[in-house]
Design a protein. Structure first.
Length: 612
């Protein structure tokens, strides 16, 4: 038991730089706790008397008010601690602490922990730094996301084996010094990367040997476990337990075996879902992943990657999948919020194109109305230039409407009233669901029954767009499963706040209604009453929508780090036939702000985003 505690302690950041004698003394004083998912570590209204070091797993900390309502929730993961501040107060603490997944902890009596920090200066420094980092995370609202140090990559087939070397090479470029375990007999050595086979001769390394090797590599900062998924479920469960991130690689032709293996792991230790990500390896002709609800029940999220270069009309959505994995490992999640604005929202296509060209890989998109339409098509893998071409063709008024006064407005009304947006979009999205798209996509609509916004991140992608662009008066509300749905711009026109809720720690927002021309129906502020003109009903509806969108910008956009505001005031809200010009304005505005984006990103990670 003492040896177990010593090995586990060596895996915690508090052990860094301590002598063997100091480590042994701390391990002897600690109590080893192995907690099941759902087990209470601390009940609210009780006094904290111990310090808990989190070795494996995740603790959910819920701060309660006097009535027992949850005010705030925070999580402590491997390398964290709970109890130091509460024990120092010596009074009941209004915090429930529960093991969110199977967790391994070392418990130190608070007074003993104090004595040990006085005796061992390095232990005191490590512990103080740990608390300081936790305070920083609280103050900056998790701007600095945890970087997993032990990453396991499970492979359902040899075709995904190149992923681990690819990740390692990229991390080497960023100045990391990763180490790797692998069960591959033909593992190709990577210069300057320590490697140890998991199978030596005819035997598999024991868990104690692996832990000792990890401790020997502790200064490297990152350890990869690269293994075949064909493992004894008990061994696989132990690997998942001490890993901080698990990447389970599947292909469209072998996902069923992954379901059975993950279920076997879950049956032994439920609660590890939040650390598991499915990695879909897709071929060049596969733009979206299969719809497999069983895997979504067993993993927190998924990534779609391809080792192939994009084909004609394809964006880099899949090709950049590996870079999104690197973002995840580096604690970066970049969100892009695209606002509503009818035809003016076509400027988003220029924004997307320019960000991609400048190497700013977006991890997640949220869009309202026109932002939902352009964002979803881009998230599906459509190249921005092809999107421009497609919208100009699909939304160009027919000759009959071009002969009418304000024909573009009547044409838009016709498209809505005849329900033509659904078949138009299905040409590109077919029956794809949001969950299948290469880039996670969220659309915003409004439910007139509840009066609340509705964020779609699952379900039919075309339905999600059509709900979000469903302008009142121009079209009837969409009734679906107890909700009556209209355009999301009524309550949240630029949904940056949605991305914060989804874990993004850097957000770029795009508003096409922030700047509004001071003219309506040829009426200007200086136009005398006698010369003012009456607007048509359709003009009034569209202008009212724009005014509301402008005033709603401040609601969702507040958490954004950067706001791009293309000047599209010279375009009518119905001029989809000028999509190319609108996109050019989006490109222009984005090019001007790219240096600022990179400068701010460098504050999060100056290796990934060098500036100056």
């Amino acid at each position: 038991m003492t040896d177990d505690k010593l090995l586990l302690l060596k895996m915690h950041g508090c052990a860094k730089g301590l002598s063997d004698e100091a480590l042994q003394e701390i391990a002897d004083a600690a109590e080893l706790l192995r907690c099941s998912a759902g087990e209470y570590i601390h009940h609210a209204n009780q006094t904290v008397t111990s310090v808990f070091l989190v070795i494996h797993g995740r603790l959910k900390m819920s701060m309660l008010d006097l009535h027992g309502n949850v005010l705030m929730q925070r999580y402590q993961t491997a390398g964290g601690q709970f109890g130091a501040v509460g024990a120092a107060l010596s009074e009941p603490t209004e915090v429930d602490v529960i093991a969110q997944e199977p967790s391994t902890l070392l418990r130190l009596d608070y007074s003993t922990a104090l004595d040990l920090t006085r005796k061992h200066e390095k232990f005191r420094q490590n512990f103080s730094k740990l608390i300081a980092n936790q305070v920083r995370g609280f103050l900056y609202q998790d701007k600095y996301r945890k970087k997993p140090t032990i990453v396991s990559v499970f492979h359902e087939s040899p075709s995904s084996r190149p992923l681990t070397p690819t990740l390692i090479h990229r991390l080497l470029e960023l100045g990391e010094t990763p180490c790797v375990f692998s069960d591959q007999a033909d593992w190709q050595p990577i210069k300057s990367v320590p490697h140890r086979p998991l199978i030596e001769g005819d035997r598999t390394l024991k868990e104690e040997e692996v832990r000792k090797q990890i401790h020997a590599w502790k200064d490297s900062g990152r350890v990869f476990m690269d293994i075949d998924s064909v493992l004894n479920p008990e061994i696989a469960s132990r690997v998942v337990e001490f890993s901080e991130k698990v990447l389970w690689c599947v292909r469209p032709d072998n996902w069923k075996s992954a379901v059975s293996r993950l279920r076997a792991i879950e049956s032994r230790s439920p609660g590890w879902k939040d650390k598991i990500s499915i990695v879909w390896l897709l071929d060049a002709d596969q733009q979206v992943a299969p719809w497999v609800p069983e895997l979504r029940e067993l993993a927190a999220d998924d990534f779609k990657i391809s080792f192939s270069q994009p084909r004609l009309h394809q964006s880099r959505a899949l090709a950049d999948g590996v870079e999104r994995l690197v973002h995840e490992l580096r604690g970066i999640r970049i969100g892009l919020a695209l606002g509503g604005g009818a035809a003016r929202g076509m400027a988003h296509l220029g924004v997307l194109k320019t960000l991609e060209q400048n190497g700013i890989c977006v991890d997640m998109i949220a869009g309202t109305s026109a932002g939902a339409m352009t964002g979803t098509l881009y998230a599906s893998g459509m190249d921005a230039d092809y999107g421009i071409e497609s919208f100009m063709k699909d939304l160009k008024p027919s000759w009959m409407f071009r002969l009418l006064p304000r024909g573009d407005q009547w044409y838009l009304l016709y498209k809505y009233r005849r329900g033509q947006f659904d078949p138009m979009l299905r040409k590109y999205l077919s029956d794809s669901r949001l969950e299948q798209l290469p880039i996670p996509m969220h659309t915003v609509t409004v439910d007139l029954v509840s009066g609340n916004s509705v964020v779609r991140e699952e379900g039919d992608a075309v339905h999600a767009i059509v709900e979000s662009i469903n302008l009142p008066v121009l079209s009837s509300p969409i009734c679906r499963e107890g909700a009556v749905l209209v355009d999301g711009g009524l309550v949240n026109n630029v949904p940056a706040d949605v991305l914060v809720d989804k874990g993004c720690n850097f957000i770029i927002a795009v508003s096409v209604t922030a700047k509004m021309e001071q003219i309506f129906a040829n009426n200007r502020p200086e136009t005398p009453t006698s010369k003012m003109r009456r607007a048509s009903t359709l003009q009034t509806v569209l202008r009212s929508y724009m005014v509301q969108s402008k005033n709603m910008n401040s609601i969702g956009v507040q958490p954004a780090d950067v706001v791009i505001e293309p000047d599209v005031t010279q375009f009518e809200l119905t001029e989809f036939n000028r999509t190319d010009e609108l996109a050019a304005e989006g490109e222009k505005a984005t090019l001007e702000i790219v240096p600022k984006i990179k400068e701010l990103l460098s504050q999060l990670d100056n290796k990934m985003f060098p500036h100056g």
